[in-house]
Design a protein around this ligand. Structure first.
Ligand code: ZN
Length: 261
């Protein structure tokens, strides 16, 4: 057992092999990029905290059930999205202006000191599927990793290692979406630049004959979710220990509805 100093107070946590030799790296990253959740993070964080009460406000914004929080936020978003679609042009923004009124309203001063996102979302870079938008979440609530096709590249997995190992995120959601251009490109024979070929290759490898675009997108999201624990010992151990849930989901842009796969 070794005391870990977080948020200006000493707490004693079992020093397990969660970070497997990477604790120093994560500790340094934590000091630079944010503060850890004391009950879950196992990296040493020695960055000075000037106003711990502000960080406590961040903690207070962590929902008991992160997946339910995302689902409830999406219900609010989808309702506003439908209302906006039905509204006259001049009034289209009114339903959407009701969003963010249900968020925890984390103070800018607290965010300036650190972050405690309650979920991580690995999503496509598509401009229409911003997780903060889709789940009615404000700054500091969702840790986002994004690239076209929501692929589990090494950098994406490493970013999620940080979210789980240092920030204590307990939910990772892999989010595919309707009419995904990256999956469409993977299904097409149209020539791509070399870098775009690299981008779509992991998606193309998962395609099955007979798949339509929607099925290919769903298959890709499920496969990426599986890849996270297959390629990251940290994420695999966190799932096995019950500290982490990984799910995949599909967003229908037209309705704004996100459906778990
Ligand atoms: Zn996409």
């Amino acid at each position: 057992m070794e005391p870990l100093r977080c948020l200006g107070a000493s707490v004693t946590l079992p020093r397990r092999s969660l970070l497997q030799g990477s604790s120093l790296v994560f500790g340094l990253l934590g000091g630079i990029l944010g503060a850890a959740r004391p009950a879950q993070a196992e990296a040493r964080l020695d960055s000075p905290v000037q106003e711990p009460q502000l960080l406590e406000r961040l903690q207070a914004c962590t929902p008991q059930d992160p997946l339910r929080r995302l689902q409830e936020g999406n219900v609010r978003f989808a309702a506003a999205w439908r209302a906006a679609a039905a509204a006259p042009y001049e009034q289209r923004m009114e339903p959407l202006s009701t969003l963010w009124s249900h968020t925890c309203q984390i103070a800018p001063q607290a965010l300036a000191q650190g972050q405690r996102p309650f979920a991580a979302v690995l999503s496509c870079a598509d401009s229409r599927v911003d997780p903060g938008w889709l789940f009615d979440c404000a700054s500091g609530e969702i840790y986002q990793v994004r690239s076209a096709g929501n692929t589990a590249f090494d950098q994406a997995i490493a970013s999620l290692d940080y979210a789980v190992g240092v920030l204590g995120v307990s939910l990772v959601l892999v989010l595919g979406h309707s009419r995904c251009g990256a999956v469409q490109a993977a299904m097409s024979d149209a020539p791509l630049t070399p870098l775009l070929e690299d981008l779509v290759e992991p998606i193309r490898a998962q395609l099955r004959s007979g798949d339509d675009l929607t099925r290919a997108i769903e298959r890709n999201a499920r496969h990426v979710a599986d890849q996270l624990t297959a390629r990251s010992a940290l994420l695999k151990d966190a799932v096995a220990a019950g500290r982490l849930t990984i799910r995949s989901a599909y967003c229908d842009i037209g309705s704004g509805v996100v459906t778990l796969l």
